[in-house]
Design a protein around this ligand. Structure first.
Ligand SMILES: [Zn+2]
Length: 51
């Protein structure tokens, strides 16, 4: 199978993102997680006023 992000032929891991199913290789998964964990949305949430 080919990675849906970089297109290399490798063993892929299924990842569900915003309701879409993606199949990513290990390298892309790490990059993906890094992007997701530092996404503006997440930062926004942590910055919102405390309840
Ligand atoms: Zn990839």
């Amino acid at each position: 199978m080919n990675c849906e992000r970089c297109g290399i032929d490798a063993s892929l891991t299924h990842r569900d993102v915003d309701g879409f199913a993606y199949y990513l290789c290990e390298a892309c998964l790490r990059g993906w997680d890094a992007v997701r964990s530092s996404s503006p949305d997440a930062a926004d949430e942590s910055r919102s006023p405390a309840r």
